[in-house]
Design a protein around this ligand. Structure first.
Ligand code: NAP
Length: 235
């Protein structure tokens, strides 16, 4: 696998489900950082409208386009998945043929009970251990899965202020994890941290439910900071 500079410099990041708040916020921040971003949607027109809105906010130098999800997938080798848990498996099965060899799928899916009508501050049990591990079972073998960005508030991402949150990155592919940490570091205020193997995504996904509960109780936009590690840990 090549470096971040090569990969993100030559091929765009496709945000699958990029019309929702989480995908839009990540796309906005990466567009502002100079990354080429494709908004993916089930509906091409909705993708293009969202892309135009992000382009407008990110400025004339930004490079944001909109495509139907499978077209976006084929056009990029960094895929950011931001869809509700109940949509994740069916969508990945549908997109599998469009994924190119050597792609990275970054998964931010949180298996919230709300996605099946339960409480937003509770999670569902996932047979594979986590939503990210479920994703890893559904993509082609040549596609690396990374779990990241679960604990960022979409509302904060869609604003203009720096975030106050660390991003824990879990993957079994160290190059893919490194690339994802570099993308996380492009979001002002975010510190990326190596969270170890993909199976640790289970813990990171659960933290989001805890944060949602706090947001409901205190009416805020909670994030997390991991302290006590040497500076080398945050890169
Ligand atoms: N919101 C947050 O603060 C936050 C923070 C961290 C992580 N997350 C996680 O990130 C993911 C996205 O969050 P979100 O709040 O942006 O979600 P969302 O608004 O509910 O959905 C995002 C997009 O997913 C697509 N989608 C919805 N149902 C689908 C289906 N059945 N099949 C295919 N695509 C479908 C829709 O795009 P189209 O209709 O245009 O196709 C929608 O705009 C979730 O797993 C969430 O847990 C969210």
């Amino acid at each position: 696998m090549t470096t971040t500079a090569n990969r993100s410099g030559t091929r765009p990041i496709a945000v699958i489900g990029g019309t929702g708040p989480a995908g839009m916020g990540l796309a906005l921040r990466w567009a502002r950082a100079g990354e080429a971003v494709i908004i993916g949607s089930r509906n091409e027109e909705r993708a293009q409208q969202t892309a135009a809105a992000i382009q407008h906010r990110a400025g004339p130098d930004a490079n944001v386009s909109g495509m139907e999800n499978s077209v976006a997938c084929a056009a990029a080798d960094i895929l950011m998945l931001t869809v509700p848990f109940e949509a994740q498996a069916a969508l990945l099965k549908q997109l599998k043929p469009a994924m190119t060899e050597g792609s990275i799928l970054i998964d931010a899916t949180v298996p919230l009970a709300a996605s099946v009508g339960g409480r937003a501050s509770r999670t569902l049990g996932v047979w594979q251990g986590s939503a990210a591990q479920q994703a890893a079972e559904l993509v082609p073998r040549e596609v690396s899965v990374v779990a990241a960005f679960h604990n960022l508030s979409a509302e904060m991402l869609n604003g203009d202020a720096p975030l106050d949150c660390d991003v824990i990155v879990c993957s079994n592919d160290s190059d893919a994890a490194q690339l994802t940490r570099e993308l996380a570091a492009k979001i002002p205020g975010v510190r990326p941290i190596d969270g170890g193997p993909l199976q640790n995504a289970r813990i990171v996904e659960q933290i989001t439910a805890l944060l949602i509960g706090m947001n409901i109780r205190f009416k805020g936009h909670a994030g997390i900071r991991i302290t006590g590690l040497p500076p080398t840990a945050y890169r």
